[in-house]
Design a protein around this ligand. Structure first.
Ligand code: IFM
Length: 447
């Protein structure tokens, strides 16, 4: 790559979504309930009282959504499969109609020349598995591997790129540690055990997906956030190291080093998970790629009253923040990619999610002028291109998200899409950022 901001010829541009956030059809065609159906139907859990019952109605509108992607010219589409749509009880009899949906979707994408990137778990655990303890129960990791077998047998002749999990840190801490996400538990011990079982399930599913034919490439997606100390003081630097251990190294080390970070193991004390012999060697089988979800950095100060890691997040007054109140810090993407390259000798990398929520409005002329999102994406693309120039093996970039959708505990109050969705009519409108992205893809450079 010579010219700055130009991407390699084989670079893949895509968009990402997840099943619960867009599909709707929550109890159609034999789908079983997921923990997110239960959670969103529980009063007080979602800020606007909404659910994913209908969401973007993608289950019915998927053809139109493929047309949208075709129009944008994306080369890849990252989506997730709803486990309870395929296996209503999490294991046992397959729901053929549910599996047919993904079969048709994959065919449709292939016909449109769009490469499917399939995530197996993007948070919608079958409720029946939660009834036996969810991810705190080691058996669920084995059920996950069986679920992987079902998918690989049915889709493995056409799907080349598989991701076992999306953001295990979020599943563990926000779902089981702090209770803001399904299943709504609040136990640090559970969160750490869940983290381990998620990684174990990745290790168990990995060979299954590798065997699915078609030279499949298998990876995992982590939410990673470079951590910076609030000041240069030794205490703050130590605090940053702990926070990095908590957010990043607790997942990266088992996968790339085959061990949990010793400093964190001792910090967690008697909360550490039960790990059986052989688990870490399964978890550390070399992945074909790492999926990186990057949204923001983390700036922390030492704080003895600051929970497990004894840290406190610090706001940066001169920075701009998104609707999620996440600091916009494009340079963090470059720092993160370089660190993965340097410290972990990461194999192929994909940015599997990057994007931002802003207040979008439809103007009188019907357009949605989301200049801030456009600027956000442009600045992050520039950092990605810098990292490639510095030899990082970054092979693709998926914008989160194709369209506005159900943003978990925030319901429909946060819009991340490059396509606007009017949830009362299901009308889709390309935002300005989407039109600009189309041009980036066409020219394969930051325009
Ligand atoms: O919407 C989520 C997605 O499901 C996982 N990564 C972060 C996104 C924005 O919060």
């Amino acid at each position: 790559m010579s010219e700055a901001g130009r991407f390699p010829d084989d670079f893949l541009w895509g968009v990402a979504t997840s099943a619960y956030q867009i599909e709707g059809a929550w109890k159609e065609d034999g789908k079983g309930p997921s923990i997110w159906d239960t959670f969103s139907h529980t009063a007080g859990k979602i800020v606007d009282g909404s659910t994913g019952d209908v969401a973007c109605d993608h289950y019915h509108l998927w053809r139109q959504d493929i047309e949208l992607m075709k129009d944008l010219g994306v080369q890849g589409y990252r989506f997730s499969v709803s486990w309870p749509r395929v296996l209503p009880d999490g294991f046992g009899p397959v729901n053929e109609k549910g599996l047919d949906f993904y079969d048709r979707l994959v065919d449709g994408l292939k016909e449109a020349g769009i490469e499917p990137f399939v995530t197996l778990y993007h948070w919608d655990l079958p409720q029946s598995l939660q009834d036996i303890g969810g991810w705190t129960n080691r058996s669920v990791a084995y059920y996950f591997a069986d679920y992987a077998t079902v998918l690989s047998r049915r889709l493995g002749d056409r799907v080349r790129f598989w991701m076992t999990h999306n953001e295990p840190w979020v599943v563990a801490w926000i779902g089981y540690g702090w209770g803001h996400h399904a299943p709504g538990l609040t136990s640090a011990r559970a969160a750490l055990q869940v983290s381990h079982h998620l990684l174990l399930s990745h290790g168990l599913a990995f060979p299954v997906l590798k065997d699915s034919g078609n030279q499949s490439k298998v990876g995992i997606v982590l939410n990673l956030s470079p951590v910076y100390p609030a000041t240069e003081s030794e205490q703050d630097q130590e605090a940053a190291r702990r926070q990095d251990g908590f957010l990043n190294r607790w997942y990266l080390d088992p996968i790339f080093v085959g061990a949990y970070p010793a400093d964190m193991w001792s910090l967690f004390g008697n909360l550490v998970p039960k790990v059986e012999a052989g688990d870490l060697s399964l978890i550390s089988k070399p992945v074909d790629f790492l999926g990186v979800n990057y949204y923001s950095r983390s700036v922390v100060a030492d704080d003895p009253a600051g929970g497990l890691t004894k840290t406190r997040s610090v706001r940066v007054p001169e920075s701009e923040y998104t609707e999620m109140d996440w600091e916009i810090y494009p340079q963090g993407l470059y720092d993160l990619l370089m660190r993965l390259h340097r410290d972990y000798r990461a194999p192929t990398l994909y940015i599997t999610e990057n994007g931002a929520a802003f207040k979008d409005e439809v103007a009188e002329d019907g357009s949605v002028r989301d200049e801030r999102r456009l600027r956000f994406l442009r600045e992050h693309f520039v950092q990605a291109s810098r990292a490639i120039q510095d030899k990082v093996r970054l092979k693709g970039y998926f914008v989160w998200s194709l369209m506005d959708n159900f943003e978990w505990a925030f319901g429909y109050t946060k819009r991340f899409g490059i396509v606007y969705v009017d949830f009362s009519t299901q009308k889709r409108i390309l935002k300005e950022s989407a039109k600009w992205f189309r041009q980036v893809i066409k020219e394969n450079r930051v325009v």
